[in-house]
Design a protein around this ligand. Sequence first.
Ligand code: PGA
Length: 253
Amino acid sequence: MANRKPFIAGNWKMHKTCTESVETAKRLKEIGAGLTDIDIMIAPAFTSLYAVFDVLKGSNILLGAQNVFWKNEGAYTGEVSPVMLTSVGCIYAIIGHSERRSYFQESDELINQKIAAAARNGLIPVFCIGETEQERDADKTKNVLDKQLTKGLQDIALDDLKTLVVAYEPVWAIGTGKSATTEQAQDAHAFIRGKLNSILGSSMAEQIRILYGGSVKPGNIGELMKTPDIDGALVGGASLEADTFGEILKYRG
Ligand code: PGA
């Protein structure tokens, strides 16, 4: 099995003022000190990015954005470009989160443009995919994952995808307290890795980290991380409080 470094990411969604973000980041910096055997990312709101970047300087916690636009500049009121994000210290950008797909009608085609733009500009995409409850009940999970991966990665140069991170987030598990079982998650992750293999080739598919997201908590992270194809987690609610997120970061005990 490839030696993939575990990656644990916090998505703060639309929570925390700038001051609150700075406070949480300061505490996380203390907690994360010495945790060098995992990669850690936090994604605060756009308005807090630069201030949090300043706090995280010199720490092992990297900054991510929750969204990105697909052009570098222009008359696109309200949008934020990849270049702007790297200029405030972002290394990663979450792209295709199910909340963006459902509330903001983001299509696979749009997500593809965003992944391409981010990667071209040196911003690592954390590309989210996942099925809804109805899709799972109708036994369509793998068709959905197949389509999201195929369309999302279409026509992007392999070189630009070397650092790609994929997050499997079943929509029915997000913010519901109802996490996928380790078997359900491993089954989806193995399918995703197989699909990455056919799109990108086996050596890239073996290197790419696939995170699980959806009601990850201190109580279930350990079991999830034991499965062969789960390389980390994308954590929403349980990342908001530094000490709780710290317990997740220290899942090895
Ligand atoms: P949750 O959110 O951990 O609150 O379920 C996960 C996510 O949306 O990334």
